[in-house]
Design a protein around this ligand. Structure first.
Ligand code: DC
Length: 218
């Protein structure tokens, strides 16, 4: 059985917080796939990549991602550029970048290669359960009302809620309506509204489910 848990949902639905805690509890690494889209969009923007350049860059050794307990880090030319990737303008750039089918398709094998059977993996993003690992034994789909999600990001970024709400709406629309790999509830996914639980409750719930399915206290 593949030792994979996928956690999908729209922006600020609570995916990273759950993944991070679950990873610690279960002992599997976690991969925030959004950092890949953010990193590519950022480098492409500063280096002024065209389509051809992007496609060759995906295969180059100029970048790599390192999974750590706290977050997934993106390195470019040996430098950890992760802290640059969570600015407002990169939210937008990454959202546009991720709507290109050509780029998404090219990045599928890249993301799949992070799974090493002996270690297990938690993947968090938008299409982890629907496209990357549709046969994952445990798939979670997280949701939360728009206002709740915007409030979380506003607190994180120290920005006004109304401004976050508007840009969140635009990104949600792109995420849900893109031609290839839109955000959907993956088949057989467990749907949870993160507003209805505390973080610890949701971690416990998913952990119990994981133990049940994978039948080993890893
Ligand atoms: O989860 P995040 O906010 O870091 O994601 C950044 C962007 O990447 C966001 O616009 C959605 C996109 N994304 C995606 O399209 N598919 C994924 N599996 C992960 C992220």
């Amino acid at each position: 059985m593949e030792k994979i848990i996928t956690i999908d949902g729209l922006a600020s639905s609570g995916k990273s917080a759950l993944s991070q805690k679950l990873s610690k509890k279960i002992g599997w690494p976690w991969f925030s796939t959004g950092v890949l889209y953010r990193g590519m969009a950022y480098v492409g923007y500063i280096e002024k990549f065209d389509e051809k350049k992007y496609l060759s860059f995906f295969k180059s050794k100029d970048w790599f991602i390192k999974l750590t307990e706290k977050k997934s880090l993106f390195f470019y030319k040996g430098e950890d550029i992760s802290s640059k990737l969570y600015q407002k303008f990169i939210d937008e750039k990454a959202s546009f970048f991720s709507s290109y089918t050509l780029y998404r398709k090219a990045l599928i094998p890249v993301q799949r290669s992070f799974y090493k059977a002996q270690k297990g993996l938690i993947l968090e993003g938008r299409d982890c359960g629907s496209i990357l690992f549709p046969s994952a034994p445990l798939k979670i789909f997280l949701s939360a009302p728009d206002r709740v999600r915007a409030k979380r990001r506003a607190e994180d970024r120290k920005e006004p809620v109304h401004a976050v709400l508007q840009s969140q709406k635009n990104r949600d629309q792109r995420d849900q309506n893109r031609h290839f790999a839109p955000v959907i509830k993956p088949k057989n996914a467990l749907c949870l509204n993160s507003e209805e639980y505390s973080l610890n409750q949701i971690v416990e719930l998913v952990y119990e489910k994981a133990i049940d399915i994978f039948q080993s206290k890893t």
